[in-house]
Design a binder for this molecule. Structure first.
Ligand code: CTP
Length: 398
């Protein structure tokens, strides 16, 4: 089973004897399910080799700004864009001084100047270097700019002296990383099951009953939930959409298969049933192609009702903590949605008017119908609707 989208750490390793402990930090982050991209300063590479870090992180290690290929891609910008958090460990006196003055004379300081991600600095240095007013002033500057700086440990140091300046234990650094990431991964530890797209109900081997659902809204919700740290199972009907990153996708064709896939994915904390599930399937879907019989008579299709997946969850003993349905309507949108809320046992119904260009389009106007009333959102991109709804899910679970 796939884990929630892993935390992505960009680890800048400065040049100090404590650099060897950065290798241990890399190992711990990996064990925690996170990914690490290491950037070594010139001095850092004297203490720990790129090869060691590449092996431990199972990732490419970056050492220079002048890697042409990376700079064509604006490598230093990309590195930080792809991270959730930048960790500087060990943050040496020199590296902190260069950060504080805004220098950009190597890859590490350039990306630290360019990043818009939270930064954690973990200092390690000789006790007198740590206590020097210059270092303390740099430290105050960095903190005033929003950099989180851990306090070094106190104790015997590699240089034979005693006092504050030791690198905190890697376990403590990992705990700090987790604490800093918690607010931007508010669904961490939660399992979200989402259905999306249409279902296809076979009539015979070449024909099926379908609908116009594109799957975009469900896929956007899956992407937003995964970005918020949830483990996401996305159960998709036949659609032409790429899987959002970090999402476990189960492809199905029919309503019966979708119901079974939802069942197999349980338990979950949140279920969001976005799929436009066909209400009926053909009772006797022929194993052979249906033929005209030459009499001009049309053989009727015998339909049976499909299982209602949402209502099944709404009335189940293991009902998710938050159960959300969608209602695509062409008239009396709120009234129909309110009736579905009660009938299906959902906590929220996200109602939308599909008489226009919503199905297959990129925008959506939705109304959140719940026991407390109706909240209407303005027309916006389906990706934006997803962001808003996932933020509301986070609030509801809190
Ligand atoms: N749904 C479901 N299983 C079904 C039918 C619908 O899980 N067999 C879910 C949809 O994914 C959606 C909600 O129920 O979240 C409402 O779907 P909709 O098709 O609007 O509801 P129906 O019960 O089919 O009502 P209608 O008579 O309007 O078709």
């Amino acid at each position: 089973m796939q884990e929630a989208r892993e935390m992505r750490i960009l680890l800048v390793i400065g040049g100090g004897i404590a650099a060897y402990k950065a290798s241990e930090l890399v190992r711990l982050i990996r064990r925690d399910g996170g990914s690490v991209t290491c950037v070594l300063t010139e001095a850092g590479s004297r203490f720990v080799t790129p090869l060691t870090l590449a092996a431990l992180s199972e990732n490419q290690v970056h050492t220079t700004l002048w890697d042409l290929k990376n700079e064509v891609e604006m490598g230093h910008i990309r590195l930080s864009r792809e991270a959730d958090l930048v960790v500087v460990c060990p943050a040496t006196a020199d590296l902190m001084a260069r950060m504080a003055t805004g220098m950009a004379n190597d890859l590490a300081t350039t990306l630290l100047l360019a990043t818009d991600k939270p930064v954690l600095a973990v200092p390690a240095m000789n006790v007198r270097m740590w206590l020097h007013p210059a270092t303390q002033a740099n430290l105050a500057t960095l903190r005033s700019r929003g950099v989180t700086v851990m306090d070094p440990d106190e104790g015997a140091m590699a240089c034979g002296e005693f006092g504050p300046g030791r690198l905190p234990e890697p376990e403590a650094i990992l705990a700090q990383i987790r604490a800093m990431l918690a607010p931007i991964r508010p669904l961490s530890g939660r399992h979200v099951v989402i259905t999306a797209g249409p279902t296809h109900e076979p009539i015979d081997p070449v024909r099926y009953i379908a609908n116009r659902s594109s799957g975009q809204q469900g896929f956007a919700l899956a992407a937003a939930a995964a970005a918020a740290g949830a483990r996401v199972t996305l159960i998709a009907g036949p659609v032409h959409l790429p899987s959002p990153p970090g999402v476990e996708r189960v492809d199905v064709e029919t309503a019966v298969q979708m119901a079974a896939a939802v069942d197999a994915a349980l338990p979950c904390d949140v279920a969001i049933m976005v799929a436009a599930v066909a209400d009926w399937r053909v009772a006797d879907a022929a194993g052979r192609k249906r033929k005209k019989d030459g009499t001009g008579q049309v053989a009727p299709l015998d339909l049976v009702e499909n299982p209602d997946i949402l209502a099944g969850l709404g009335h189940a003993a293991h009902k998710p903590q938050l159960l959300i349905g969608f209602a695509a309507e062409t008239d009396d949108v709120i009234a129909h949605a309110t009736a579905k809320l009660a009938r299906k046992g959902a906590d929220w119904i996200i109602a939308n008017d599909v008489s226009g260009d919503v199905m297959g389009g990129t925008n959506n106007t939705v109304h959140i119908v719940s026991a407390v009333g109706v909240e209407s959102l303005p027309r916006m991109a389906k990706t934006a609707v997803a962001e808003v709804l996932i933020a509301k899910v986070v609030d509801a679970l809190a």
